[in-house]
Design a binder for this molecule. Structure first.
Ligand SMILES: NC(=O)c1ccc[n+]([C@@H]2O[C@H](COP(=O)([O-])OP(=O)(O)OC[C@H]3O[C@@H](n4cnc5c(N)ncnc54)[C@H](O)[C@@H]3O)[C@@H](O)[C@H]2O)c1
Length: 376
């Protein structure tokens, strides 16, 4: 059994606590939260210790194997580093960190300690996304050429008033990109491989806070795929993906909140009779040649993937790499840092991101020396 503690138990941490109390291969031995009253109430019926801080947890709880960190974003790096240095396996909620230089330190610390570092990008485990990856990897639509990806939602001021940490560069590290769209950006990197070049425009279209609520970016991936991305919390609810390949296209659309796992069980795939190279690229291609997809629905209901928590616990107990490990989550955060750099400096950014340049930009954002475009 993996003796595990959860740090930060109000929001998503509550779900981790509940999952651990009924897990076949892990025990909940302790929780830590600055709100000890709420933490005590949560674990009332369980034999788990309540600590007021991570330091207390690390100093006073014996025999701990692993920790799940579900605190505001700015605490992910220092807390993960402290736990890894004590030899614990770490599952940290997304994003891995708010500075790419911190993500580097975390990956190095996990390697040094030979401990598992998993990151909470669980969308990779959802049936629809799993099926999407299987189809792309199988070559069914050929080499991916273009992607249009939108994640739009309505986030009222009351959401930010309830959790003020989500509103500031210092505590959240960004707005829609890190908080919500990091799941979609993680999927993009998981599906398409490493990004190479980014341009972007970022705005706060009307929220009272300082971080971006809208991001529009163009990304060129090393594979040659080009992606147009739109993310906003100042919009209606829409999750739209078009993934166009050499031999076919995928269309995915739903108007539900994509943050819940009741994802669409069906998306559409359209295959061309002949690949585009034959229709367009050959000298003898007919002048009227058109790629006409034959559409069919893909039912995703039957695809099974272990949960992220299960994969973390298995990697810690048995060895191996969790579904979302620190290295691959770092790619996601590096793309987000590149979009922030591109959007705020109004430059085309090539990856790998210059760590010093990003730290400088981030210090400027926190100090108010750099700002977003604003609608007003
Ligand atoms: N994977 C997902 O789908 C998903 C969903 C929601 C949130 N998240 C992520 O989970 C993390 C937490 O988000 P949330 O919505 O649960 O936030 P939250 O504000 O609801 O909860 C954060 C908790 O951390 C505690 N905390 C704050 N500072 C602390 C400290 N110094 N020591 C100990 N505890 C401290 C707070 O008291 C609170 O209980 C964020 O990284 C967020 O992006 C992930």
């Amino acid at each position: 059994m993996l003796k595990t503690a959860v740090v930060g138990v109000r929001g998503v941490g509550r779900g981790h606590v509940q999952a651990l109390t009924r897990h076949a291969r892990a025990n909940l031995v302790a929780v830590a939260d600055i709100d000890t009253t709420a933490a005590s109430a949560l674990v009332e019926a369980v034999d788990a210790r309540v600590c007021a801080s991570l330091d207390e947890l690390l100093d006073d709880v014996d025999g701990l194997d692993a920790v799940i960190i579900a605190t505001p974003h700015h605490l992910h790096a220092p807390m993960s580093l402290a736990a890894l240095e004590r030899g614990l396996h770490v599952y940290v909620e997304k994003p891995i960190a708010i500075r790419i230089s911190d993500a580097d330190r975390m990956v190095e610390a996990a390697d040094r300690a030979q401990r598992v570092l998993a990151v909470g990008h669980q969308y990779r485990t959802y049936a629809g996304n799993h099926r999407l990856k299987q189809i792309i990897d199988s070559g069914a639509i050929g080499q991916v050429q273009r992607v249009v990806w939108q994640w739009l939602e309505t986030r009222p001021e009351s959401y930010y008033d309830r959790d003020p940490w989500r509103s500031s560069w210092a505590h959240a590290g960004g707005g829609v990109l890190l908080n919500q769209a990091s799941h979609d950006i993680d999927l993009l990197c998981w599906l398409l491989g490493p990004p190479e070049e980014v341009s972007a425009t970022l705005m706060n279209r009307g929220h009272r806070h300082e971080v971006e609520d809208t991001a529009v970016a163009t990304v060129r991936f090393a594979s040659g795929a080009l992606a147009s991305l739109q993310f906003s919390t100042w919009d209606r609810c829409l999750n739209y993906r078009q993934i166009a390949g050499e031999s076919g296209s995928i269309l995915w659309q739903d108007e539900r909140n994509a943050n819940v796992p009741d994802r669409p069980e069906v998306f559409r795939i359209g295959r061309y009779e002949r690949p585009l190279t034959e229709l367009i690229g050959r000298k003898d291609a007919a002048l009227t040649g058109r790629a006409v997809p034959a559409w069919e629905d893909v039912d995703c209901g039957q695809v099974a993937s272990p949960s992220l928590l299960d994969s973390f616990i298995a990697a810690a107990l048995d060895g191996g790499i969790p579904i979302t490990d620190g290295r691959s989550a770092r790619v996601t955060t590096e793309l987000i840092c590149a979009i922030l750099l591109a959007g705020i400096r109004r430059e085309v950014i090539r990856l790998p991101v210059d760590r010093d340049l990003f730290d400088e930009l981030f210090d400027d954002l926190i100090a108010g020396r750099a700002r977003l475009l604003s609608s007003s």
